[in-house]
Design a protein around this ligand. Structure first.
Ligand SMILES: [Zn+2]
Length: 394
């Protein structure tokens, strides 16, 4: 069964060999999807025949967004903490404990329905791949439970037992690291592809460089691949540790030294920027321009979580990246698609060349530029061509 997607005013392929510029733009384009995979991409006039067709009515089509950093398994909310912050309180990661308490107290069904609701909310905004972390359980049983639930919705599951040191281990960081790298890792590894750590020496709740190395190396020994939360609140060793261990991605990168930027430029670790966090914590944004000028691969992600960034919208992050971080619309869209795919080392997503997964997002506008040009307007949505149904609203 093949489906022709036509009526595409502007197609972003992210394949420069198939169109114009870095995004590989094709105007008046078509895509043929077969068995969930892109079989053909090009000018509508040259499109081969297919069994069925969908007309998107003169809209833009982009690769579905790859949100490579989220914390979707949790209960409760922290709206009051947000309000306090907007009234002058400082963010230091301490509020994570409130979400941990709510998550431990919640049933599987409560966590599952929240998780599935957020994934559906993401699809309605054009996201077709999402990484999901644990990190609000922080006991052996609760971390394993959160990852088992995450694995129901994505292959990109990340064990983040080293999110913060929970209250019952206050002043006993080493004991908690031993738990994370011992029984917790053993219980979680079957459900996780990645291992992550919040490396932030300036926070009393997080982990310094030595502890982060112990956590990541334990994960590697179990076959998990590393990714790191680093340099969010202050400069520190996290970025250099991530590159040294060939982490797929180092996330936040808000406070970087020149040596950090040089290290990223020489390595293959993606710098994932999370502007929703700076928005929601009223903090200075990372300097994307500095990273791009140095030749670093940059990804954008939402960091969707109830404390520091409760947005599931990749278009919102694109708009922030363009307005606040010095990225062009082309760079921001690339970072939210191909950049995100690089950050989870997935060659099958983030582009629409033949062989890619058929993850198309329709933008209710003639060009991808509208994603930043019309911030806050729900223009993007995931298209499921194999359904044979037209996208909502056309
Ligand atoms: Zn995070």
């Amino acid at each position: 069964m093949s489906t022709l997607v036509t009526g595409i005013a502007e197609l972003v392929t992210n394949d420069p060999s198939r169109g114009t510029g870095r995004l590989g733009l094709v105007t008046d384009a078509a895509v043929i999807v077969e068995d969930g995979t892109v079989a053909w991409t090009g000018s509508r006039r040259r499109a081969p025949a297919a069994d069925a067709s969908i007309d998107v009515g003169g809209r833009a089509v982009v690769p579905g967004f790859v949100d490579s950093h989220t914390h979707l398994v949790f209960a409760g909310d922290r709206a009051a903490e947000f309000e306090a912050r907007m009234s002058g309180a400082r963010y230091d990661g301490g509020g994570i404990a409130a979400t941990v308490a709510a998550t431990r107290a919640a049933s599987d069904d409560t966590l599952r329905s929240r998780l599935r609701g957020l994934v559906a909310e993401m699809r309605r905004q054009g996201t077709t791949t999402a990484e999901v972390k644990s990190g609000y359980g922080l006991t052996v049983e609760d971390e394993a439970r959160c990852l088992r639930l995450a694995a129901e919705v994505t292959a990109e599951t990340t064990f983040l037992g080293a999110h913060v040191v929970p209250a019952e281990y206050a002043g006993r960081h080493e004991d908690y690291v031993a738990l994370v790298t011992g029984p917790m890792l053993a219980a979680c590894a079957p459900f996780a592809r990645w291992i992550d750590v919040f490396c932030e020496p300036a926070s009393a709740h997080a982990f310094d460089g030595d502890a982060a190395r112990v956590v990541l190396e334990a994960g590697l020994a179990r076959g998990l691949q590393p990714r790191v939360h680093a340099n969010q609140l202050s400069a520190g060793p996290g970025v250099r540790l991530a590159v040294e261990l060939d982490a797929a991605s180092v996330d936040h990168c808000t406070h970087l030294s020149d040596a950090d930027v040089d290290t990223l430029a020489d390595g293959s670790t993606v710098a994932t920027l999370l502007p929703g966090v700076e928005f929601a914590t009223r903090s200075p944004y990372p300097d994307a321009r500095r990273l791009l000028s140095a030749g670093v691969t940059v990804a954008l992600a939402t960091d969707c979580n109830p404390g520091s960034s409760f947005t599931s919208s990749m278009p919102f992050c694109i708009a922030l990246a363009v307005r606040e971080m010095g990225m062009t619309p082309v760079e921001a869209l690339w970072a939210a698609t191909a950049g995100g795919a690089a950050a989870v080392r997935r060659p099958d997503v983030g582009h629409l060349g033949p062989g890619a997964r058929a993850d198309l997002a329709v933008v209710d506008a003639p060009s991808h530029r509208y994603l930043a040009y019309r911030p806050g307007v729900p223009l993007a949505r995931a298209l499921a061509p194999d359904d044979g149904r037209p996208p909502t609203g056309s």
